[in-house]
Design a binder for this molecule. Structure first.
Ligand SMILES: *[C@@H]1O[C@H](CO)[C@@H](O)[C@H](O)[C@H]1NC(C)=O
Ligand SMILES: *[C@@H]1O[C@H](CO)[C@@H](O)[C@H](O)[C@H]1NC(C)=O
Ligand SMILES: *[C@@H]1O[C@H](CO)[C@@H](O)[C@H](O)[C@H]1NC(C)=O
Ligand SMILES: *[C@@H]1O[C@H](CO)[C@@H](O)[C@H](O)[C@H]1NC(C)=O
Length: 588
């Protein structure tokens, strides 16, 4: 057992406030694991401990997965998440709970929800929070009430004391479950209620489901009192993608601004809607932008092919995401889970598995075609005071330029590239025009191109045996698509990330919807030891990779700009900051 702060101390928010202001309060320790891991630790390289993330959200120990019910209440950000209090692999899931003033420093509180009633006896799975008109939050979550078939029902929980800004205790009313899988719904595939929205005297939520063998479905349930819920016969939307987990449905403004709005803003002239689903089979999140008709309770994506050619928040390791509206800064914030890509043995040895991506602000691109995402501004408070810069540096064919003068195992890098000419851009194989990931697999960072590949080598060892490439590659407008614009691919190529060849290091890629005629494109990478979280073209395309170098660790991690294209490119500006650890990260 570790040291724990007594409950008496936790009972006073002023103490917590003080804690959040104190740097290095390392004695704040949360529920310690029961699992002892020395045996496993003996068999894994010591370097894996150097790979523990510094500023991405995670508890001190154990397994985490989906972010749940993020919300803002009385000056505090709350994040709940799926958590195994007993080990670094999935199991024994409860809702862990952490709070923050700034989305960066976090304090772990007591478990918020654990199996305790018939309606959640075998599991408290994912769910969402809704802020009621009187300002208090309600959680709706999936409970597993029968173990034999994972029978899934939807439950509610209320704060025991809504005067407590930390919302430490939650009460499950006796009328749970409030929704059961009736009317032909497959009870083992029926979960993850959304935040509710309110209009015309009714609350609505979505529940993710599977219809038949392969249709992903988002069912609408309506209620006047948040207690008796009735299913709308036809789902809000569905597609032949397999089970839809963790649906998320929210409005985004069409005014070209970056501000967000509350879920209940449904007036159709001001907003478009976003429907996101997590694909259980393929393990990624995709979304469409479209129109919500609240009278018919239907949603129609603007792009008829949107359920086939998937736009993703992130083309890497990013799943079960969820947004919430932050009224304090009028923005919508996205949380997403990034799992490990090492082995379960490594996870047990290091004692933890899973992080949350840096929370991202999301808004609709002025084109209306897609979302934009950017790390919340608060993360910039972790930047060191002495950034290193490059300016107007031409990088020639085959050249790479090291960025020196700072440690880059934990860093934030922003770079703007100028591409003087698109003349030499290579032609695109039409067979790969719709498959960025495959294209990147064929045209990796070391395959010379016309314009690109150019970008960053991050977490590179001194002799470059190890390096993770994050880059762009520009193709000529392809004959089989109507666009006359060059096609831009953004790619994360970790195939050389580690000398340890037993790891899962797939290439990840997405296309970037940007007009390269202006000859400019930007990249930002948040590097955090075993995380490379990158934002292309101001947040049009994002890729989070988990990588596990064996040499490029700590002070031995280097950063370079590279160009493996025939055409010169120019770094008009690069700025790199060392990133500090937050003073408080759940005791980790
Ligand atoms: C409710 O929370 C407030 C604020 O933390 C506290 O002052 C009050 O004593 C709490 N009430 C109960 C019944 O615990
Ligand atoms: C429910 O879904 C599970 C898992 O996909 C499947 O094995 C089962 O056959 C389905 N049950 C029915 C009644 O369709
Ligand atoms: C997590 O990691 C494994 C690789 O170890 C991957 O295959 C899996 O799909 C990942 N993602 C999720 C959401 O589970
Ligand atoms: C090209 O545009 C035409 C006319 O708008 C359309 O019918 C066709 O489907 C488009 N082709 C592709 C590959 O998008």
């Amino acid at each position: 057992m570790g040291v724990r702060l007594g409950r008496v101390a936790w009972a006073c928010p002023a103490v917590l406030l003080l804690l959040l202001q104190l740097a290095g309060a390392s004695h704040v320790v949360y529920e310690t694991s029961l699992l002892e891991t020395e045996a496993a630790a003996a068999t894994v390289p010591a370097s894996i401990f150097e790979l523990s993330t510094g500023y991405h959200f995670r508890p001190q120990k154990n397994w985490i997965n989906d972010p749940n019910a993020p919300l803002y209440y009385k000056g505090w950000y709350h994040l709940f998440f799926q958590y195994n209090p007993k080990g670094a692999v999935w199991g024994n899931i409860v809702w862990a709970h952490s709070v923050s003033r700034d989305l960066i420093n976090w304090v772990a509180l007591e478990t918020a929800l654990a199996p305790s009633i018939d309606a959640d006896k075998y599991g408290c799975w994912s769910g969402s929070a809704t802020i009621m008109p009187d300002g208090t939050p309600v959680i709706m979550y999936t409970g597993v009430s029968r173990p034999d078939v994972n029978y899934e029902v939807q439950n509610v929980a209320f704060p025991k004391n809504s005067s407590d800004p930390l919302l430490r205790e939650w009460v499950k009313p006796a009328h749970n479950p409030v929704i059961v899988p009736e009317g032909g719904i497959n009870a083992t595939q029926f979960r993850d209620p959304t935040t509710a929205w309110y209009a015309d005297g009714h609350w609505r939520i979505l529940v993710g489901a599977l219809s038949g063998a392969s249709r992903g479905v988002a069912y609408v349930y309506r209620s006047r009192d948040f207690r008796r819920w009735t299913r709308v016969r036809k789902p809000l939307h569905s597609a032949p993608t397999g089970m839809w987990e963790c649906p998320d449905f929210y409005p985004v403004t069409v005014d070209g601004k970056e501000s967000g709005v509350d879920t209940s803003v449904v007036s159709s002239s001001r907003v478009k809607h976003v429907l996101k689903n997590s694909l259980d089979l393929r393990r990624y999140d995709y979304y469409t932008v479209g129109t919500y008709d609240r009278l018919k309770e239907r949603y129609v994506p603007d792009n008829p092919a949107g359920d086939k050619h998937h736009l993703r928040y992130d083309y890497g390791n990013f799943y079960a995401s969820k947004t919430f509206y932050d009224p304090s800064k009028r923005r919508r914030i996205l949380w997403g889970w990034a799992n490990e890509s090492d082995t379960a043995v490594d996870d047990v040895a290091k004692g933890w598995a899973g992080i949350q991506a840096i929370p991202r602000k999301v808004w609709l691109d002025p084109s209306g075609r897609q979302l934009m995402q950017w790390p919340v501004e608060e993360v910039e408070a972790l930047r060191g005071k002495k950034p290193v810069s490059l300016k107007d540096r031409v990088v020639k064919r085959g050249e790479h330029v090291e960025v020196t003068g700072l440690q880059t195992a934990q860093a934030d890098v922003e770079v703007s590239f100028e591409v003087p000419s698109l003349e030499g851009a290579e032609a695109l194989d039409p067979a790969l025009a719709n498959d960025a990931q495959k294209l990147c697999g064929v045209k990796g960072a070391d395959v010379e191109g016309g314009v690109g590949p150019f970008g960053l080598w991050v977490l590179a060892s001194s002799k470059l045996e190890e390096r993770t490439a994050v880059f762009f590659r520009v193709f000529k407008a392809a004959g089989n698509v109507n666009s006359t614009k060059p096609l831009v691919l953004m790619c994360s190529d970790p195939t050389k990330a580690s000398l340890n060849k037993n790891l899962y290091h797939p290439t990840f890629a997405g296309f970037v919807d940007i007009d390269m005629a202006k000859g400019k494109i930007s990249l930002r990478s948040l590097i955090d030891r075993s995380v490379v979280e990158s934002f292309g073209a101001g947040g049009r395309t994002c890729i989070l990779s988990r990588v596990y170098p064996s040499l490029a660790i700590g002070r031995n991690a280097h950063l370079h700009v590279f160009n493996n294209g025939k055409a010169d490119i120019k770094v008009s500006r690069l700025t790199a900051w060392e990133m500090k650890k937050p003073a408080l990260m759940n005791g980790a």
